[in-house]
Ligand binder design. Structure first.
Ligand code: PRP
Ligand code: URA
Length: 210
């Protein structure tokens, strides 16, 4: 597994405002989208392209275009939905599949409550979006789901991670071609499985408490 922490002052600045408990929902939502666009730039460094011949006003030249099959973006509902627009702005031709997962607040185990993905992901490059990688249970389950459908090249893009969650993903997905791109790695998890210092419950801060 490759882990890449995007180290950029704009990301750290936006993350600081995102973490602030006084940041209201509309600003939080805008920041998640902006952070996603910055992380997408890093996260799509390995996006597959193929050569294409074009004609400029001056001469023919060879450029590149995103290769077929098109990449698949998979936001993990709910909180990952807040990142989708930031990603599709950069890769508008990608397809989008959905996974709904909720973590049980007591056991911290994830359950999958929704799935809308292609049956066969052989040869597809997949980009999983979830702002929070806490215990790693949700992300590991999401990636395992994609691997079972034939995906061999998966990049997860998260805004914050806990060291414990990264270690869990590394152990669970050993031997698979997985890249994790992050805005920051925080200190630890607290006794409730929340990232410290973190930003609280990302889904609630995006969409309110359900
Ligand atoms: C949050 C978050 C991740 C998960 C991380 O979602 O968006 O999916 O928790 O925790 P883990 O690494 O310990 O599995 P949550 O289950 O709260 O659902 P939500 O997005 O609907 O708020
Ligand atoms: N899910 C969140 O939204 N925040 C955390 O800190 C941990 C899990």
């Amino acid at each position: 597994m490759r882990v890449h922490v995007a180290d950029h002052p704009l990301i750290t600045h936006k993350l600081t405002v995102l973490r602030d408990v006084n940041t209201p929902s509309p600003v939080f939502r805008a920041l998640v989208e902006e952070l996603m666009t910055l992380l997408a730039y890093e996260g799509t460094r390995g996006v597959r392209v193929e050569p294409v011949e074009i004609q400029t006003p001056v001469s023919p030249t060879t450029g590149v275009r995103i290769a077929e099959p098109r990449p698949l973006i998979v936001p993990i509902l709910r909180a990952g939905l807040g990142m989708l627009e930031g990603m599709t702005k950069l890769v508008p031709t990608a397809e989008v599949g959905f996974l709904g997962m909720a973590r049980n607040e007591e056991t911290l185990e994830p359950t999958t409550y929704a799935e809308r993905l292609p049956d066969d992901l052989t040869g597809r490059q997949c980009f999983v979006l979830d702002p929070m990688l806490a215990t790693g249970g949700s992300l590991a389950a999401a990636i395992e789901f994609l691997l079972k459908r034939g995906a061999t090249d998966v990049t997860a893009i998260c805004i914050l991670a806990a060291p414990e969650g990264l270690a869990f993903i590394e152990k669970e997905l050993e031997g698979h071609d997985v890249t994790v791109v992050l805005g920051a790695v925080d200190e630890r998890l607290n006794e409730h499985g929340y990232i410290v210092p973190g930003l609280g419950d990302a889904g609630d801060r995006l969409y309110g408490t359900v």
